[in-house]
Design a protein around this ligand. Sequence first.
Ligand SMILES: Cc1cc2nc3c(=O)[nH]c(=O)nc-3n(C[C@H](O)[C@H](O)[C@H](O)COP(=O)(O)OP(=O)(O)OC[C@H]3O[C@@H](n4cnc5c(N)ncnc54)[C@H](O)[C@@H]3O)c2cc1C
Length: 456
Amino acid sequence: MLHKIKMPERDPQTRKRDFKQVNTGYTRDEMLAEAKRCLQCRKPMCIYGCPVEVNIPGFIKYLFQDNPKEAAKVLSLKNNLPAVCGRVCPQENQCERACILAKKGESISIGNLERYAADATSKDYNNTPVENNGIKIAIVGSGPAGLTCGGDLLKMGYDVTVYESLHDAGGVLRYGIPEFRLPKDILNIEINKLKNIGMKIILNTLIGRTKTVQNLFDDGYKAIFVAVGAGLPVFPKIAGENLNHIYCSNEFLVRVNLMRSFDFPNYDTPIYKGKNVVVVGGGNTAMDSARTAVRLGADSVKLVYRRTENEMPARKEEQIHAKEEGVEFISLTNPVKFIGDERKFVKTVECIKMELGKPDESGRQHPHEVTGSNYMIDADMVILALGLHPNPILSSLTNGLHSDSRGYLAIDENYMTSISGIFAGGDIIGGGTVIEAMGMGKKAARAIVEYLKKTE
Ligand SMILES: Cc1cc2nc3c(=O)[nH]c(=O)nc-3n(C[C@H](O)[C@H](O)[C@H](O)COP(=O)(O)OP(=O)(O)OC[C@H]3O[C@@H](n4cnc5c(N)ncnc54)[C@H](O)[C@@H]3O)c2cc1C
């Protein structure tokens, strides 16, 4: 069969009114039909396309035999978060792109099959903690990089404690990616599986402030893995950006996802529900913000992006879903000014049309303003989703922890920072996807073990 079995999804008109999951997951028959498409290549290129090295044909073979339990075991050898990856990984750019079937038709739906195996076995808990060797390792940050590095070290017999500054674990998986793409119950299951085998997670602790890295070494930790992510929002630096009801995407998504403002009256977190919303940006964060604004009850959500849809970094699936849910895409357009009313609440976005020029350092055509093409869009709420920079808190509070000119922590080929015994990975050193962060966490775990062998 040349084509993938399509992932079933809820009707846009219904789903845009709630925060329940959009993709509903394969049925058993759909899973079997899709698993049957796998050629079980002798030299499986898909594995090379997976940053965490999952034995993809291995788990699909068990699914084809209708044995999700064994499939999940194969997945868990390499991936601590399969239900998460099955939902949010851009497989189309990684394992699925490398699939041999993609040359003639459509690749295997590796992500959808991974999700099936993980969900079918979500209740299979291993409650026996892994025996540990008493060597303590601290992980700073509980996002995918931290959970992967910590999970792998735990499975290799180390005593792992994860420190998280927020009141709940998961990093962007918790506070950034909305419930309708990644339900928090699913994330909780995967985190609880790690806790059940011995991972300690200490919340509400900002390393650098509540405790310093020196305090951690003094507490007996032999190595530290820093995975503090990229949580610093980028602002456009244009007039009016401090007006009321202009949010950065992080604040908006944190209020909705982490602090669950969508779930009133169970949670009473204040959030402004805009009627005419403008979202600025073209990445996953912009799509998530726009689709969240739709669900909060906006009459109109316009996504303003300075390049064309071809250059949008957001996953294609998210773009399609956003459009189906009524988000209007306005490409080759950039805001130049936000205009407020007499009480300093935003009421208009002044935009300018753009055209594409020569490629810039990102390899994409650089957008230029079209002189005199300014026009106005009415908006009572604006969400800025222009990208995120590395989180500067820990490096600014830790003497000797060096960053590069863009704020990314400097590391050597073994993920070691400028301070001996402190390693780093994930968005704080670069990357930008869940699976890349996990891949770095995995490699850093191996490097930490080598370092400990040499120093102990
Ligand atoms: C809205 C949004 C949607 C996205 N969608 C996708 C997607 O669909 N697919 C995809 O592959 N990628 C997506 N990404 C990117 C992906 O989520 C990130 O690349 C990934 O989460 C990075 O993982 P990380 O572990 O490095 O950092 P994070 O996930 O950022 O986790 C870092 C954690 O460290 C904590 N922390 C920070 N400083 C300290 C400190 N000093 N002490 C203690 N804790 C600290 C933070 O609170 C946070 O919990 C998205 C990103 C955003 C923002």
